[in-house]
Design a protein around this ligand. Structure first.
Ligand SMILES: O=C(O)CCC(=O)C(=O)O
Length: 251
């Protein structure tokens, strides 16, 4: 298997996304894909996440990361087939291929900013700036609730994937509002793919409900994964996935 064959096997081609999406990824560093999850998919995913949070308790998220003020879960590849679209959907894969060329899944996690919490400093998901490239990492946020102006929507600084300084070096206070930041305000079921050299971060959830999202995070094939998929993969996961999907996981 190679990247081209895997993408073709999962139906991801240049035509899977339109020119405007490619332009937005290039210029702004992010692009929204509306209507990616149906109401039935959202219900199945939310139900499974609630079960997992209950079952995992204070261990939840430990495979990758825990965060004060946020519910987190990790290794979702192995925790239900309802999460498979996060690493097999052709539109998302076409976006990631546009940004990275060759790639694999790095991790598939859940993050819910809890009421009164969720503010993160602006950051990129990679050690240092790489502009003019090649880009190393690309993320996608799968909205499980409507993202609104006050419930902890992710913020991004358009164009910052091409900055040559890290947010924490360039900004006096990376947690402060940035004059150019944009909040990803969109309905549940939307996916926003972002070049994760883009400065981004969670914002304060001022509502009375958790703000839930999945993060399906990709890296170039030469890099290590945030979660070692070969180490974690369960036999039943490998058995249900196609060779192309297994290639995306690098298992
Ligand atoms: O969930 C979000 O809004 C952003 C999360 C994020 O950027 C992170 O956890 O590094």
């Amino acid at each position: 298997m190679d990247m081209v064959t895997a993408l073709a096997g999962l139906g991801a081609t240049e035509a899977s996304i339109d020119a405007q999406t490619r332009e937005r990824l290039d210029r702004d560093g992010y692009a929204p894909l509306p209507g990616m999850l149906s109401a039935a998919q959202l219900t199945a995913i939310r139900t499974r996440l609630a079960e997992l949070l209950e079952a995992e308790g204070d261990q939840a998220g430990l495979e990758v990361h825990q965060e004060n003020g946020a519910d987190r879960l990790a290794d979702l590849v192995n925790k239900g087939a309802m999460f498979d679209p996060c690493f097999t959907d052709p539109r998302v894969l076409a976006c990631v291929a546009h940004v990275l060329g060759d790639f694999k899944l790095s991790s598939l996690n859940f993050r819910a900013a809890l009421p009164g919490h969720g503010l993160q400093p602006l950051h990129a998901d990679y050690g240092g700036p790489v502009w003019p490239g090649p880009f190393q990492v690309c993320n996608s946020v799968w909205l499980l609730d409507d993202f609104t102006a006050d419930n902890g929507a992710t913020r991004v600084v358009p164009g910052s994937h091409k900055f040559t300084q890290r947010a924490r070096e360039a900004l006096a206070d990376p947690a402060a509002p940035h004059p150019d930041e944009v909040r990803l305000i969109a309905p549940a079921g939307t996916v926003v793919v972002f070049n994760s050299h883009l400065w981004h971060g969670g914002t304060m959830n001022r509502s009375d409900q958790p703000r839930r999202a999945l993060h399906s995070y990709f890296t170039r094939r030469a890099n290590g994964q945030q979660l070692d998929q070969r180490k974690y993969v369960r036999p039943q996961t490998a058995a249900r996935l196609s060779p192309a999907a297994r290639f995306i996981l690098d298992i």
